[in-house]
Design a protein around this ligand. Structure first.
Ligand code: NAD
Length: 467
């Protein structure tokens, strides 16, 4: 049993939430189900801790973030095992997520918000400052639970804010355990971690003492949160759904690009906001690309995360498992399933890697975000046309271009509307590089210095000089 971190103490409340192991549907653990008073206590602790933390020397704040990164490193094995238990994914993938979380702590430990001198002449001196906001509420989804919590905690704390994190109901375990491990490293109240359902999230985002909300999750919940913060006009960052298009240009060699495309389509069994969800392939190489990807899907091992041979795990929760199956059903008539498609009648939320060809826009598996291991492959003839089709989605999170001709690839990249465009790769996350969300994929940005600024308020100090 792991508890919530509130005001530097590990807390239970007697109301429990089951965490289900997605590989066999058994109860893996129980965690506290945060109630309204737990949320209120966490926000009050964060509010109390704020003035001291804001006024702490930035280098000391950085040292705390470094210590948090070290804590993850020192407990890598234990934390990765917990992450495997609650997500079902293979162990190396759990380690990859924790490594990425450490990189965000390391990066934001080293950045500093220096005042910027705007003008200094005979009459005035004007400086631009960026100041901490206060209490930040962070709402986290289930698909990359630790990484997403940490890429909010690191910049929020680096800038001098305090934070209350609400983990996703189905994946709280590893983040709660991390909270226990860092309880002695972070001053009481600076970091608070809650487990609980959507109601706890609703109460947290509308709390009067919260100054900013940072949310990663579905566009549907993002809209509700935007409405909930309106009465108090809180600062808001929304990192929402995606329907990333990858465009394979006619010159690309299918055998060369297929491994990367395969890896970034089925990464974490497709449960990533910015993996390839629509693959556009030029008609000249369409059949060859389909053949390459089918061979890789058929050669992959899907299994329990504890199985060292498994390369792909299950879908994380029952609701998502059922949702993905409705997309599989529609794929049977919308196109031609050339790999996977048949869900085994065994315990666990396993879905085979599924590839669908001869499918078009206007069908759910192309227009929507299945958020599971399904890849639609769409044929195109003209590059101008495919750019228009890639941009036609209401989502604009990531996109990629695959080609041996870098000049041609860059030209196409510059015409895409997504926040990130990758060339001959996809979903290359890096704390140094801003990860913006455009259109209905959200607004605000995470990563890099641009990802630090949304945790601050601007202030000019404008000084008249004696004349
Ligand atoms: P979700 O929107 O169902 O839930 C996310 C979190 O919001 C959970 O912690 C949930 O308890 C909480 N929540 C639900 N209703 C709430 C409310 N009214 N007020 C406050 N909190 C509330 O999302 P999910 O199913 O956990 O995650 C999958 C989605 O997340 C996908 O659409 C995916 O694309 C998106 N996602 C986006 C990014 C990104 O960076 N853009 C990254 C990962 C996932």
């Amino acid at each position: 049993m792991v508890g919530m971190l509130i005001d530097g103490k590990i807390t239970e409340n007697g109301v429990m939430l089951d965490v289900i192991n997605p590989c066999d549907e058994t109860v893996a653990a129980q965690v506290p189900d945060a109630q309204t008073n737990d949320v209120d206590r966490a926000v009050a602790a964060a509010k109390r801790a704020f003035p001291d933390w804001r006024d702490t020397d930035p280098a000391k704040r950085g040292a705390v973030l470094t210590a948090m990164s070290k804590t993850i490193g020192e407990h890598m094995d234990e934390l990765a095992k917990l992450l495997v238990e609650e997500t079902g994914r293979p162990f190396p993938l759990a380690q990859f997520e924790l490594d990425l979380a450490m990189k965000y702590f390391d990066y934001y430990a080293g950045v500093r918000l220096e005042p910027q001198l705007i003008v200094d002449d005979e009459t005035r001196r004007v400086e631009l400052h960026r100041k901490a906001l206060g209490v930040v509420a962070a709402i986290v989804p289930w698909n990359a639970p630790v990484y997403i919590a940490c890429n909010k905690i690191a910049p929020a704390l680096s800038a001098g804010n305090t934070i209350v994190v609400k983990t996703a109901p189905s994946t709280p375990l590893t983040t709660l355990r991390l909270g226990e491990l860092v309880a002695g490293v972070v001053p009481p109240g600076v970091l608070n971690i809650l487990s609980g359902g959507n109601g706890a999230g609703e109460h947290l985002v509308s709390h009067n003492d919260v100054q900013k909300v940072t949310f990663t999750g579905s566009s549907e919940t993002g809209r509700k949160i935007m409405a909930a913060v309106a009465p108090t006009l809180k600062r808001l960052t929304l990192e929402l759904g995606g329907n990333d298009a990858a465009i394979v240009l006619p010159d690309a060699d299918p055998a060369t690009v297929a491994p990367g495309i395969f890896a970034f389509s089925f990464f974490n069994s497709g449960q990533v906001c910015a993996v390839i969800k629509r693959l556009y392939v030029h008609e000249d190489i369409y059949d060859a690309m389909c053949d390459q990807l089918v061979a890789m899907a058929e050669g992959s091992v899907i299994g329990e995360g504890t199985n060292p041979d498994a390369q792909f795990g299950p879908v994380q929760n029952r609701m998502q498992y059922e949702k993905v199956q409705t997309y599989l059903k529609s794929a049977e008539t919308d196109g031609k399933i050339i790999a996977g498609g048949k869900v085994p009648n065994d315990p666990g939320y396993f879905i085979p890697l599924t590839i669908v060809r001869d499918v078009m826009e206007g069908h759910a598996i192309v227009d929507e975000e299945p958020f599971g291991p399904i890849l639609p492959i769409i044929k195109y003839r003209s590059v101008d046309d495919v750019i228009e089709r890639a941009n036609a989605s209401p989502y604009a999170l990531g996109g990629s271009v695959w080609s041996g001709d870098m000049e041609a690839a860059r030209k196409v990249a510059s015409r895409l509307e997504s926040g990130s465009v990758w060339i001959n790769q996809h979903c290359a996350l890096d704390p140094l590089v801003p990860f913006p969300a455009n259109k209905q994929s959200g607004f605000g940005v995470e990563g890099g210095m641009e990802g630090l600024y949304p945790y601050t308020a601007l202030q000019t100090i404008n000084e008249a000089k004696p004349q």
